[in-house]
Every structure is written in C-alpha cells, then in structure tokens.
Write a new protein. Structure first.
Lengths: 145, 682
C-alpha cells in the first residue's frame, strides 16, 4: 500500500483534483465533491486533505456530511476541534475553530481513487448564527497523500 | 274634596230654575224676606250613572220623603250642609230641612217631586230605618219589577224575563252568586224574584222632569211607587229588602239608591235601582251596590268611573261574549267593610311612628285563616289608607293587575275611596296602582312604607313601617356613622326615624378594610349627605386590603423549559389587575395582566427580581419577587450525538435550551453546539 501511495508521486493528486467535480449549491442542493467516471485505479489508501474555500475568519463551525468510504477523520489543524459520528457508512463531521486558516480536515480513505463525497451542511459564525447561504463556499481536496 | 258634579248638580232644569229664582230673591231683598219653611221626612240618596259614552254627568241627589209619601229633591249648598260623609250617614233617618220650598210635590202616579232649596238640615231623630255603616248581611230579598212604557221609543238592550231571572239568580254571574262571592258569603239573595212586564199608566214624559227627551231626571219616587203598585197583586212585599225597576226604554242613565214606599200599608225604606234598558249584569251589580248604600270610588284625578278595581267605579272591565253582557268585578275593601262583610278578625289596623308591622294579606276569596283581608292605616283626621290584595280570577278576572291595591279614604268626599296611584300619571289602573312582591309603597309625607314580600297562593306578606327609614347596607367590614348622631352601624342596618331627618354619613375604615365608595342615594367616596324626607337606601362598600400571598421566592426555572407561576392575592373586590412595575423577568417570560400568571420559556439564566403591582377596585398593592433561572446540565457527548445524528438522549426542553443559547431557529444545529461548547469551555 505504501508503495502504491508513493508511486502516485506528486503528479497524480493533481490529476485526481483535476477530475474532481465540485459542486457548491445555494438553497436546496449542497456543494458536492465527486469523483470522475474514470477507470478504477488500483486500491491505494491515502489521506485527503480538505479545505473550505470561501471561508472567512468569522466562520467558526461547520457541519460536513461525508459519504461512505472514509476510514479516519482528523482535524486539519491542531487548533480545530473535530467531532464525528458515523452511521450506516456515512459520517457527520463537526469542526469548531478558525476555518479560514487552511486545511480543516484530513480524511483517511482506503482507495484514493474512490474519494468519498463531502457535503457542506452548515457554517456558523461565532455567535452561533448560521450562514444563511452556503454559496461562495466550496470544499476542496487540497491534497491527497 | 266634595265633587260638585255629584252633589246637587245643576244639570236638572227645574233645579237650575230654582237656583236662579233663589239668586234673584237674594238680590232683590234681604235674606229674611225669603219665606223660611221646613220639610221633615226620611232622607234618601240616589246615584245617577249615565250611559257610558254620553255627555251626561254622574251625580248624587238627596230627597226627603215625608210621612205622606210626598218627596222633595233637595237643592243643597255643600258649604251649608254637613260634610257629605255625615249627610250620607243620615240616609234613612228622619231629618228636617230648613229653606225654601220651590215647588210642591203632588201625590199619586205620574206627578212631580217637589224641589226644596236647603239652607240647613238637621237630623231630628226617629230611629234609623237604615243607616250608613249598618251591616248589609243575611238574606236580602230583591224583587225585580219589569215596567214597560207604552211609548214607541228606543228599547235596545232590553232583555227578556228569563235573562233578568238569570241575572238575579244564584248561578254565576247572577246577582245571588255575585253578591255571595263579593260579600264572602255574608249576603244571600234567597227569595229573589222577577215579575213583569207591567205597563205604566201614564206617558213616559210624566215620569221625567226634563223636557229634552234625554230621560235623565226621573221622578224616582213616582216611578218606584208606580211600578210597585202594578206588581202589588203578584208580589208579597213583606220581607222585601230591595227592588229593581227594570224599564224597557233606553234612558240616559240608570240609578241606584233608596226609596221610601208605602207597601201593604207600611212606609218602607227599600234599596232601589232604576234600570235603563241598556243595563247589563255589571250595571246591576253597580246599582245594587248603591242600593246597599255604597258610594262610588275612583282614582285620585276627579273622575268618577276611572277605577277598574271596583264595580262601584268603572264596571266595564270584562265582557262575556256568551252572555252578551259586561260582568262586574268585585268591590273594594273599604266598601266591603262599611257593609259589614269584613269581620274584625279579618281586618287589621296598624299605626305608630317608629313601629314596624308584619302582616299577611289574603287575596279576596283566599282567606286561609292566617292573615287579613283588609289593612287599615289611620291618617290625619278621619282619613285612612286601606290595603287589599287582588287576584285576576273569578269576578276579578278583568281587574288590571294582581297584587296589593291601596285606597286613600276620606269619608267627607262624595267618593270616599280614591285609588292610590304612585306614579300620578292620571291612570289609576296601571302599574303605579298596584304593588307586587319586591315592590314598596312609600309616602315620605306620611312616613308610611309598605313593602310587599313573598306571595303564596293565599296572599302576600307585607311589612308596614311608620317613619323615615335609612336602609343602610354595609359591604365588607367597616363602620358608618352620622352627624348629627343617629346612625352608627358596623353591619347593615335600617334605622327608622320618627320624623324627616337630614344628616351626613361618614365611613370609618378598619385596619384590614378600606372604604371604597357609596352607592344608592350617594356616590363617590366623600361624605354622604342624606335628606331623609322619604326613605333612602345607601350602600357603603368596604374592601379588604389587598394582600399578595405568594412567597417572595418564586419557583426556579430552566432556560428552555416551559415556566408557569401563578401569583395570588386576597382582598379587594376579588378581581385583580396585575402589572410589572419594577425589575425584570427573564427574556421569554412575561406577566399576564388579567390572571397574575408569570409564564413563558426562559431564554436566559440568572436571578431575576421583579416587582408586581396589583389593583382591585380603588385599592393597589405591590410585592417584589425573585425568580431564578438556571441552565440545564448537559453532557457534551450527548449534545454531539444529537447534532451528529447518532443519539437522542436530549429532551425537548434541552434541545430548546441549546437552540435558545444558540441561534434560536427552532432546531439544533452546529451554531447552537458552538455556543454550548463555548459556554462549557470545551
């Protein structure tokens, strides 16, 4: 597994990222990070590093739905507090802290070619008020390693 | 109070002439120039009752019949004669009139009565043949003689023999039955008979002194003598007490009173009626009442036939379609009493300033043995009040109302009994003339109050008070005193004063009750000036001071959990208004102004001190309370489980709390949890 991970080198995450279809929605639809319909690569485990594009300093908490396939969840930075619960394969992840400072989440996956879908559910400001619209936010995989 | 229209009314042509002649004599010469003469004989009284709807006026005439059977109609000057009540008391007695003999009577049928202008009259003795006030009780045998005039004049209204027999019979509404009921069994018409028709020998004009054909000035004695002589062969007049002379012509009036007739060799005084063709049952009742010696009664407005309470006033109150006649109502208590129909055990007299009397008054015909039929209250002089209870049943079916009816009696009047009409509106038959349960008659001038209490099938309970009463009601605890002294009550009282009195009432509060105002004869909260020239009623309201009874420390609340706390008070009117006048309640909680309820969902924690003001009527009170609100203690993981969808350990109240401390959008979200974690330092 490690070889395979290494074999991907620095060049393949960019290819994967290039193939990611990222959808952020306003209102009814939710921002989705998907995978392209490409031939399945060999099962190579890895870690997807997620950033919240569009986040500002007043964004202090998020709720993210992660579809099946993730194995581990780690806060992207130490100052972030992460809480997650997995049920029926999918996981809800709550992150508290400064969300605008870079990676917010590291998700372990068993197959880097089958990255789970990340859906941004809620973004809260420091006073607990939710952002009324999630347009302008986007969950990106900044890195797969 | 005598009524000229009923006392020697000048409507009679002959008398009008006589008055003119007398006046001329007075003008021409000194009084002594007139030839003073005297007439001695039995005094008679006859009442004239015109056909309703005509312009003829009622009147009462007095006659003297001498021992030869000659009669003089008296021209009387009320100012020179005894009061009419006293004159009436001489009916049937021998009197001597002094004055001027204007025309002489002539004996025999179809002759005129004489006319005598009276200057003075005295009772000259002889045992009374029949007097006012003498009881009319026992068997009263009346003979009805049907007398026909030969002339072809209007006979409409005339009935046949069988009808007159029915009207005089024992079956309702015959006079035998009627007077048995009205007299409460004191009068028996046993032996009454009806005979006729007999044709009078002389033309009708011979029996009337008026020449205009109205037939309202009859020669009463001659008509009576004529008819009785015609019936003498068929009737045994021994034991006869009265005669009804029923004529076939439509005279302008019917008449009732007395006649003095020579029957079977004896001069007899008889109750007598002269009945026009139009006379029905009620007119028979009315005129026979006169023949018993009854006068008219009336309302207090100078009319004669305006009281529907008495057959001796307006006897046209109930028409019987089947019998085609008006049926007379009963007569009033005063009349029953003077005829001896209300025994001493059935009437009660009360008087005395400052006294109160409780009396049960029986309805006519409902003597239960417990009460009275007639209440009498003496007034000044010879006047008095009567009270009687009437029901709309039997012969009284047509009286205007049922309840207590009052009459003011003055026997110096031609109509001694006047209905007491409280509203003075000219209608003595409306509600102002009757008192029913809960109503009260009060005469402030006389200081008489009659309160009508509960009624039963047999009658009504009365309370009679003499004096001027203050009906003081004290609501709550307090004291009412007067200046000058006279009233000093710590509970409801009814001081009775023996004279009209003026005073000022003041309210004295206690430590637990506050005065809140007057009602009734006074208003407001100041002093209460009472002029007790008539009864007065005042209520003084004392309200218990308001006490807020809830503990100062109120039940604690939780943020997010429903909270309800009912504050309580006593005193005042029992109805309260609540307001928050100081401090503050936690957000989400408010005070109901009408119920004193503190309720809501606390949105914040802490100790909240608030001041409440309570009002009730004019009273207010304040109290300060403390309400503590705390946060629920939640386990972080339970909260996260709830947020992240893997647990439901939190209650509805805890979820509401989380939402309230967060963004209060009605659901749990990451913003709420962010705040929670911040608060708990995690």
């Amino acid at each position: 597994m490690s070889n395979l991970r290494r074999g991907l080198g620095l060049g393949w995450p960019a290819a994967v990222l290039a193939s990611v279809v990222l959808t952020l929605s306003c209102g009814g639809s939710e921002p989705v990070v998907g995978v392209p319909d490409t031939p399945a690569p060999p099962l190579i485990s890895g870690v997807a590093v997620i950033v919240l594009e569009g986040a500002v300093i007043e964004d202090r908490a998020v709720l993210i739905h992660v579809s099946a396939g993730a194995t581990t969840f780690v806060a992207g930075r130490t100052e972030l507090a992460l809480h997650s619960r997995t049920s029926a394969g999918s996981t809800l992840v709550a992150l508290f802290g400064d969300l605008a400072g870079g990676a917010i989440l590291e998700v372990g996956v068993a197959d880097v070619t089958a990255i789970p879908t990340f859906t941004l559910r809620e973004v809260s400001m420091p006073d607990g008020e939710l952002r009324s619209s999630l347009s302008g936010y986007r969950l990106d995989i900044s890195e797969i390693r | 109070m005598s009524t000229p229209t009923e006392l020697g009314a000048p409507s009679r042509e002959g008398r009008a002439w006589a008055v003119l002649l007398a006046s001329a004599m007075f003008v021409m010469g000194p009084h002594e120039a007139r030839s003073q003469e005297q007439v001695t004989g039995t005094l008679l009284e006859i009442w004239t009752d015109p056909l309703p709807g005509t312009s003829a006026q009622p009147r009462v005439d007095y006659l003297i019949v001498d021992d030869r059977g000659l009669s003089w109609v008296l021209e009387v000057n009320p100012g020179q004669l005894p009061a009419q009540g006293e004159l009436r008391s001489w009916i049937g007695r021998e009197v001597t009139a002094s004055g001027v003999r204007l025309t002489d009577p002539r004996a025999g049928p179809a002759t005129d009565d004489g006319l005598f202008d009276v200057e003075s009259i005295v009772m000259t003795g002889g045992g009374p043949l029949r007097t006012h006030g003498e009881d009319v009780t026992g068997v009263k045998r009346y003979v009805t003689i049907m007398c026909r005039f030969a002339e072809s004049e209007d006979e409409s209204g005339t009935r046949d023999l069988s009808t007159y027999q029915f009207w005089m019979g024992e079956a309702e509404p015959g006079m035998g039955h009627y007077w048995d009921v009205v007299s409460d069994g004191q009068v028996d018409f046993d032996g009454t008979e009806v005979v006729g028709w007999y044709e009078l020998p002389a033309p009708v004009t011979s029996y009337f002194s008026d020449g205009d054909g109205e037939r309202d000035n009859p020669q009463w004695q001659n008509l009576a003598a004529g008819c009785t002589s015609l019936a003498d062969a068929d009737v045994d007049f021994n034991g006869v007490d009265g005669i009804n002379l029923q004529f076939n012509l439509r005279f302008g009036s019917s008449w009732g009173g007395t006649s003095s007739l020579l029957l079977d060799g004896q001069q007899r005084l008889l109750g007598t009626t002269w009945m026009a063709a139009w006379s029905g049952q009620s007119v028979y009742g009315h005129e026979i009442g006169h023949s018993f010696g009854l006068p008219h009664s009336s309302g207090p407005y100078g009319e004669t036939y305006d009281s529907e309470w008495d057959v001796m006033s307006d006897s046209y109150v109930r028409y019987d379609e089947t019998l085609s006649t008006w049926i007379g109502q009963q007569t009033i208590g005063y009349h029953k009493d003077i005829l001896g129909w209300i025994g001493p055990e059935r009437k009660v007299e009360v008087q005395g300033l400052g006294t109160t009397h409780s009396i049960f008054l029986n309805y006519w015909g409902r003597s239960s043995g417990l009460g009275y039929s007639l209440l009498q209250i003496p007034l000044e002089g010879a006047e008095y009040l009567t009270a009687e209870a009437r029901l709309q049943e039997g012969y009284d079916s047509g009286v205007p109302h049922q309840g207590v009816v009052l009459h003011r009696i003055d026997e110096t009047r031609s109509r001694p009994a006047n209905v007491v009409d409280a509203d003075g509106n000219g209608h003595p038959n409306d509600q102002g003339s009757v008192w029913q349960t809960g109503e009260s008659f009060n005469d402030g001038d006389l200081g008489i109050t009659i309160e009508v209490g509960e009624s039963t099938a047999d009658g009504l309970q009365l309370e009679v008070r003499f004096g001027w009463q203050l009906d003081l009601t004290i609501e709550g605890n307090g004291r009412v005193q007067s200046t000058p002294a006279g009233v000093d009550c710590t509970e409801s009282c009814k001081p009775l004063f023996t004279a009209p009195t003026a005073f000022t009432l003041s309210a004295v509060e206690t430590t637990e009750f506050a005065f809140s105002g007057w009602a009734g004869s006074c208003a407001g909260t100041g002093e209460c000036a009472i002029d007790l020239s008539a009864n007065a009623a005042v209520t003084a309201f004392f309200l218990e001071l308001i006490s807020l009874t809830a503990d100062a420390d109120r039940p604690a609340g939780l943020v997010g959990a429903g909270y309800e706390d009912v504050l309580s008070a006593t005193g005042g009117t029992g109805s309260y208004g609540w307001s928050l006048t100081g401090g503050a309640l936690p957000s989400g909680v408010r005070l109901s102004g009408s119920e004193g309820t503190v309720s809501g969902i606390p949105e914040e924690s802490g100790d909240f001190q608030y001041t409440v003001s309570v009002s009730s009527g004019p009273l207010t009170a304040d109290a300060t309370y403390t309400m503590s609100v705390s946060r629920p203690t939640l386990v972080r993981d339970d909260v996260l489980d709830q947020l992240l969808g893997t647990g439901s350990a939190l209650s509805e109240e805890e979820l509401r709390y989380l939402d309230l401390i967060g963004n209060d959008n009605g659901r749990l979200d990451v913003g709420d949890v962010l705040i929670f974690l911040t608060l708990v330092g995690q």
